[in-house]
Write a new protein. Structure first.
Lengths: 377, 377
C-alpha cells in the first residue's frame, strides 16, 4: 500500500479507532490498528474482541482531497504508538508506504519512521451484522439515553447480565433498564417502534460508554442493527460493533411499588448540591450513608461521623405530601439519579423507610430512578 | 473564635495553605490548617515541617470587607476536608464559631457543619526567620529562575545536597545551580547584589516547586530572607518558609569544558519537536537514547529499536562550525534543557563524543545547560 493522507483528519479517525483497543488484550495483534487501502477508500479497524470500530476514510470530503491512494494493500500497525507518531509529525499531509514484509515507511516534512508492521491476514475477522431491520435515532437522543441509564449497570461479574443495559422493545416503544441490584435506572422512549423479530437485547455497559465518547451531541443519525449476538451502531463513516450479553435479564417491572406514602418535590440542582455537601462528611466517616427526615412540612438531610463531626442541611421544597418519614440512603446513588433527570424539579416518592423509593421529573415519566434505602433507623 | 469571612477569598487562601500540607506527615496535627483569629486579622498556617506557609487575611481588601471578627481565638481543623466543605457551601460569606472544646460550627445558607477541631497549642512552632538582610526579586523573575533550574535536581536521596538548588552569591550577582550528576542547569542573575553574610544556600527542589505553584507570573515583589537553616519568601500576605539543605554543594565550575570542537545553532522549537518525535521510538525501545550526527554541514537525529523500527530526522540548522561528530544522549534531558532556554535560537557546543556538551541561548550566557552524553558509538 502507498498513500498520502491529511494528517489532522487521520488523527481524528485514529483516535476514534483507539477507543476499541484495550492494552489488556490477550491477542497481541489486537494492540494494532488495521489499515486496508482499497481502490477508492481506506478502512481503519480497531478491536478488543468485545467492541470493534470500523472507520471508512473516503478520498474526498466536501470536495477537498484528504486521501491520495497510490497503491492498495493492508497492514496492521501498533495502535497507540502509531497514533503518537502521526500526532507528533509536522506538515498537513503524511505519507505511508508498506513493503512486502509489512515494513511501513512514514514520512512527513523531514522526518522518516520505518516501523515493523504485522500481516493483516493474522487479524481476526469481524462479526457480520446485516444492515437490515434498523432502528434510527438522532445521536443526541442515543447519547442522553446512555447517560441516563449506563451509570447504574453493575460492575461486578457475579451476574453478567447486570453489567449491561437491557433494551426492551414493546408495543408502545423501547425501554432501557440498568441495575446493579442496589439502584435501578429506567428510561422509556415512547412511540419508537422496532420490530426486530426479537424483543430484548442486553448491551454491555462498557460498550455503550465507549460509544458515547465517540458520538456527538447532534442531530446526526445513528442506525442500530441487531443480529443474534451482536449490535451494530452505524454513524457517519463509522461502524461500531459490540457483542450482546447472553442470558435472561431479570423482570424489573415488579420492583416498582405502588401508592406512595410520602411525596416530596424539590429543585434538582439545589437538592443535588445539598446532598453533595452532606456526603462530604458521610465519605469522611467511611461510608456514603446520609439520612433524610420529612416532618412538619420540613425536609432535613444529615450525616454524622463520631471522629469527625456532624452536618445538617435544611432543604427548600416545592411540595410535600403524605406522612412523615425517616430514611437513609447512599448519597452517590442519589446524586447519580438526580443527574440522570434532565429537569428543574424532581419528585421523590417514598413507600416507607425500608422500601425502594423512586425519583422522576415532576412532569414526565420518561426517566424513573429507583434506589434501595439503607437500614439505619 | 467567631468570624464571618468572604467564602471565595477564603478558598483561595486555603488552597495556597494546602500546598504545605502533605498526606504523609508523621505528625497527625500537621494534616490540619491552623486558624488564628487576632484583633484585626486572621492567620492561616499549614506545614509539613519541611515547608510552612503562613497567610495573613486582613479585614478589608480594597475597602471591601472580607472578614468580620466577632471573637478572637484559635483552632486547628483537618486540612483537605475543611477546605472541601468551604468550597461546597453556598453563599458569599461563611461563619465559623469555635467552642472551648475546639468544636467548630461552620454555617452558610441552610447548611450547618459541626467539626471536631484540635488544640492549637499542640501545633508545632514555626521556625523564626528575621526579616532583615533581604533580597528582593520580581515574582516573574523568581518563577523563571526556578523553571530554568529546578527540573535538574536529583530525585535520589543518596546525595541529599543534590536534591536542592544551590544559590551562590558572588561579587557580580547570583548563580543558581541544579544537577543530578547526569545533567546540570545553571542560571545566572547578573548585577543583583546580596551581602547576606554567607555565600551559599541550598534550597530543596520540592520547596521551590511548591513555591512556584503559588507565586504568579507578575511584577509583584518577593522578599527572600535567609537564616542559618531556613529561607523565608515573603510575598504579599504570604510567608513561605523552607528549611535549607545541610552539607557542601560540589564545585561544579570545573565541569564546564573549554574550546568546543563542534558548534551547532538550531531553532529551539523545531529542534525540540524533532527530538520529541525521535524520542517516541527511543521510549518504545525501552530507553530514551537518541543519536545525533553532524557531518557535511548536515545534522541528523536517529533512533532505532530492533522490534519496533527506526527513525531519522534531518535538522534545519542556522549554523554549523567545527568537526564532524557522532554523539548519543538522553532525549528527556535534551528536551528539559531546550525548554529552560527562553530563546528562539539555541547554540549547542560539543567537546567530543564522550565529553559533556552545553546548550545556551545564542545571544546570552544567563542560562547554561550541560548534559553528559551516553556511550553508544
Amino acid at each position: 500500500m502507498k498513500i498520502s493522507i491529511n494528517r489532522q483528519y487521520f488523527i481524528e479517525q485514529l483516535n476514534h479507532c483507539l477507543k476499541a483497543i484495550s492494552p489488556r488484550t490477550t491477542m497481541p495483534i489486537l494492540n494494532g490498528i488495521k489499515i486496508d487501502v482499497k481502490d477508492d477508500h481506506l478502512l481503519l479497524t480497531g478491536s478488543d474482541s468485545e467492541i470493534s470500530i470500523e472507520i471508512t476514510i473516503p478520498t474526498e470530503i466536501n470536495n477537498e482531497e484528504i486521501l491520495e491512494i497510490k497503491e492498495t494493500g493492508s497492514v496492521v500497525l501498533s495502535g497507540r504508538f502509531f497514533v503518537d507518531i502521526i500526532k507528533k509529525l509536522s506538515g498537513n499531509f503524511v505519507d505511508l508506504e508498506t513493503n512486502d514484509m509489512f515494513q511501513t515507511k512514514i514520512t512527513a516534512s523531514k522526518s522518516e519512521f520505518n516501523l515493523s508492521g504485522n500481516d493483516p491476514d493474522q487479524y481476526p475477522l469481524l462479526p457480520e451484522v446485516k444492515d437490515e431491520e434498523s432502528l434510527v435515532l438522532p445521536a443526541s437522543v442515543l447519547k442522553t439515553i446512555v447517560n441516563q441509564t449506563n451509570f447504574a449497570v453493575s460492575t461486578s461479574e457475579t451476574r453478567p447480565v447486570l453489567t449491561g443495559v437491557n433494551w426492551q422493545f414493546n408495543d408502545d416503544g423501547i425501554s432501557f433498564t440498568a441495575t446493579d441490584s442496589h439502584r435501578l435506572a429506567l428510561r422509556r422512549l415512547f412511540g419508537t417502534k422496532f420490530n426486530a423479530g426479537h424483543s430484548t437485547a442486553i448491551i454491555p455497559g462498557k460498550s455503550l460508554s465507549e460509544l458515547n465518547k465517540i458520538i456527538s451531541d447532534s442531530d446526526a443519525e445513528v442506525e442500530v442493527h441487531f443480529s443474534q449476538n451482536q449490535v451494530l451502531f452505524s454513524y457517519g463513516h463509522m461502524r461500531f460493533i459490540s457483542r450482546l450479553l447472553e442470558g435472561n435479564y431479570p423482570d424489573t417491572s415488579r420492583l416498582f411499588p405502588e401508592n406512595n406514602e410520602t411525596k416530596v418535590t424539590v429543585n434538582n440542582s439545589d437538592f443535588y448540591h445539598a446532598i453533595d455537601r452532606v456526603s462530604l462528611l458521610a465519605r469522611e466517616g467511611g461510608n456514603n450513608v446520609i439520612r433524610m427526615s420529612v416532618s412538619n412540612n420540613n425536609v432535613e438531610l444529615s450525616s454524622n461521623s463520631p471522629e469527625v463531626g456532624t452536618v445538617n442541611e435544611d432543604i427548600n421544597t416545592q411540595e410535600i405530601e403524605g406522612e412523615d418519614l425517616k430514611i437513609s440512603f447512599n448519597s452517590k446513588y442519589m446524586m447519580d439519579a438526580l443527574k440522570a433527570i434532565n429537569d428543574e424539579d424532581v419528585t421523590i416518592e417514598f413507600y416507607g423507610t425500608m422500601r425502594p423509593f423512586t425519583l422522576k421529573a415532576s412532569e414526565s415519566d420518561e426517566v424513573v430512578q429507583l434506589i434501595l434505602p439503607i437500614r439505619t433507623y
